[in-house]
Design a binder for this molecule. Structure first.
Ligand code: HEM
Length: 492
């Protein structure tokens, strides 16, 4: 009761309003009729009625939703507000204290150690992997390239993204695209789907309820998590042994670039190798520390890029004039040999494609909402926000705010052109978050997306086949109707 009084007092003083709250239960009754499909509309109505900062209460939990760039800036820029909220707890059995979930000193130290793993020199060697795996993706699509067959791009891009992240994070090929029933691949896809289900189904939120009412699903989820962790642990031990052996026999090269192996083949550093060589206060990271981080890359690094690759293909299929411009640029930069591999410099020259991806991430941000927990009373954008408040940053709505984006629902890649630089308020557009807790994989993701999407456009004309998307918040942004296109081989 006292917590409630304090929140009411502070929110009133800050002029933050919200929908009617019932005694004790707050806004819980309003939420009963909402689903992950209706949540975006609900938030939009709340913004229209109460403004861009909205207070809410679900039972004893008090919260603030915001789509206000000034408030978003205050939250994202501050070191005081980097703790995640309870919803992320669903991921803890798999990701442990990895970078996405950790807090306080542990997060700070880990972030410092992991940052060099995403150095440009490391990312540069991954471009070959992006290229090879996207080549497999397009090759697999040719038998459906009749211009009529409806292709849901989500599962297609998902297997490609899984192959890419496994090879770059762990240095192993899992061949998801060639043999999707490989146990590790099955476990990642099954566990991701089951976690998404838990996310959308309030009855499955708490482990105790899962254990009591969904015991077989819970056992299946845990078995899949175990399969993934056993696999990651195996890879880590193997690569630690290799590293120690090479140090012992003098063949170790402490470098962040690719080196040659015994048979003269180029050996790539995986993100995991960088972590194996890192130390905290002189001591190496333990296998368990590394496991949490590698699993975090596997999780954060595949569904997000999948969603973005799929939505970008969808938008290109439905905007032929934009697609024609992308195709022209791709031909100008990459040439007419569809199968010639692409390098980092060329990807850097695909400037219009970059605008297209950015605009696609504006309309369809893979991470449409970020949650934080404000632990102590904190002044944010001149407003005193009480401690013990859950925050939801409504990235999706901030990025469709008509005050900041004229014709907000229209797909206009030119918004991001260099001539119009500076027109977009940085905190109304944050698909990768911003500030100290932003996405560490942003550059990795951009290179990967440019590689896969340019490959699609080089090989196929994308056509507007299939149902339109029906957005649903399901950890990341997905569509209940698929993210559909048709494809026709390009002849040139
Ligand atoms: C289109 C692709 C991607 C999008 C839109 C995206 C978006 C985001 C966002 C919004 C956050 C902040 C989450 C929060 O505050 O709760 C985040 C964090 C993170 N992302 Fe990404 N991400 C993408 C790809 C990747 C990739 C490819 C990797 C790894 C290879 C990655 C690794 C991470 C990690 C480790 C964090 C946690 C960082 C920290 O808390 O210090 N992401 N990402």
């Amino acid at each position: 009761y006292l917590v409630g009084r304090k929140h009411s007092k502070y929110f009133d003083k800050a002029g933050i309003k919200g929908p009617f709250r019932w005694p004790v239960v707050g806004n819980a009754p309003m939420m009963l009729k909402e689903t992950p499909k209706t949540v975006f509309d609900l938030q939009w109505r709340l913004i229209q009625t109460h403004g861009k900062n909205i207070r809410f209460q679900i039972l004893q939990d008090r919260g603030l939703m915001t789509a206000d760039p000034k408030m978003i800036e205050a939250i994202m820029s501050s070191q005081q507000t980097i703790q995640k909220n309870n919803l992320y707890g669903l991921l803890v059995n798999w990701l442990g204290d990895g970078l996405l979930l950790s807090k306080g000193k542990k997060w700070f130290r880990r972030r410092k150690i992991i940052t060099p793993a995403f150095h440009f020199k490391i990312l540069e060697q991954f471009v070959e992997v992006f290229d090879q795996q996207s080549a497999i993706m397009v090759k697999n699509l040719y038998d459906r390239a009749d211009g009529k067959t409806v292709i849901n791009m989500f599962p297609v891009a998902c297997l490609c993204a899984l192959d890419i992240i496994a090879e770059t994070a762990m240095g192993v090929k899992v061949n998801a695209q060639l043999q999707p029933n490989f146990p590790y691949v099955q476990s990642v896809t099954t566990a991701s789907a089951m976690l998404a289900e838990r996310f959308t189904n309030p009855a499955q939120r708490l482990d105790v309820f899962m254990r009591l009412f969904f015991s077989s699903a819970f056992a299946e989820l845990n078995a899949n998590i175990k399969t993934m962790q056993d696999f990651t642990n195996g890879v880590i031990s193997e690569r630690r042994d290799l590293l120690q052996k090479s140090m012992a026999d003098g063949t170790y090269e402490a470098s962040n670039a690719a080196s040659q192996d015994d048979v003269g083949q180029k050996r790539r550093m995986a993100l995991l190798d960088v972590l194996l060589q890192s130390t905290v206060d002189g001591a190496p990271l333990s296998n368990e520390d590394i496991r949490e981080e590698v699993d975090t890359f596997m999780f954060e690094g595949h569904d997000t890029t999948t969603s973005s690759i799929a939505f970008t293909c969808y938008l290109l299929a439905r905007h032929p004039e934009v697609q024609a411009r992308v195709f022209q640029e791709v031909r100008d930069v990459l040439g007419d040999d569809k199968n010639a591999p692409v390098n980092t410099q060329q990807l850097g020259e695909l400037k219009y494609l970059e605008c297209v991806i950015k605009e696609s991430l504006r309309l369809f941000p893979s991470v449409p909402i970020i949650g934080r927990h404000i632990v102590e009373d904190t002044v944010l954008d001149g407003k005193l926000i009480p401690g013990n408040t859950d925050v939801m940053i409504l990235i999706y709505h901030a990025q469709r705010d008509p005050d900041h984006f004229p014709e907000p629902h229209k797909f206009v890649p030119e918004r991001f052109s260099s001539e119009r630089k500076g027109e977009i308020n940085s905190f109304s557009y944050t698909p990768f978050s911003a500030g100290p807790r932003n996405c560490i994989g942003q550059k990795f993701a951009m290179l990967e997306m440019k590689s896969t999407i340019s490959k699609m456009v080089r090989h196929f004309e994308l056509l507007p086949q299939g149902e339109d998307v029906q957005l649903v918040l399901n950890i990341i942004l997905r569509s209940t109707t698929g993210i559909n296109v048709g494809i026709k081989p390009r002849v040139y």
